[in-house]
Design a protein around this ligand. Sequence first.
Ligand SMILES: Nc1ncnc2c1ncn2[C@@H]1O[C@H](COP(=O)(O)OP(=O)(O)O)[C@@H](O)[C@H]1O
Ligand SMILES: [Mg+2]
Length: 229
Amino acid sequence: MISIKNLNKIYKNGSVEVHALKDVNLEIEHGEFIAIMGQSGSGKSTLMNIIGCLDRPTSGEYLLDGIDISKQEQDDLSLIRNKKIGFVFQAFNLIPRTNILRNVELPMIYAKVKSSKRKQRSMELLEKVGLGDRVNHLPNELSGGQKQRVAIARALANTPPIILADEPTGNLDTQSSEDIMEIFKSLNNDGTSVILVTHEPEIARFADRVIVFRDGAIIEDSQKEGVLK
Ligand SMILES: Nc1ncnc2c1ncn2[C@@H]1O[C@H](COP(=O)(O)OP(=O)(O)O)[C@@H](O)[C@H]1O
Ligand SMILES: [Mg+2]
């Protein structure tokens, strides 16, 4: 599904260069559940943004289902992203003055799904994450855990095969974090590939494979057997 070869990302700010990813090689199959770990500044978010087609590598190859992402124009990247990737962020990134039903509808508006179908799907997704009785609430009327469940529902709107989550439990208490991880686990059991960044071992243990970064390079890549499966 994902094939990354000799991937490099260099940020340039004036005369300052940051080599954020250094010759990264990575193969990810459909249906995997991966945790990416590593210290702050080790390149985790940079990799997630490239995998999620939000950014392009400086050099190297990234194939997503056989499509060479580094050669795509910006418009095509957006299309690919909208179809294949669901993003979940630490800060939830919900639209504040818009009820959660509408928040979940947004990716479907970009995908030109008809209004009635959008509403129905948004309802179903919010029910799926346990918020069926809150659809008219605004994001700031919800707890952090509930906000993140809205963000997951939104990420699922266009039925993407891949969910990317960058420190999704970073702002949550232990119980909400566990609840969120159970949702990811169940999505993964239903066939969705899940790639998430975390620095918490208790969160990483939900994954089947753990990849550790240091200074822009992978220093460990280990498959777990039978954990919570
Ligand atoms: N937009 C940017 N411009 C310049 N440097 C950046 C930018 N984004 C990240 N970096 C740098 O790249 C390195 C990796 O950052 P990041 O991928 O965010 O790490 P992590 O997510 O593991 O904390 C860091 O040194 C960071 O300061
Ligand atoms: Mg980060």
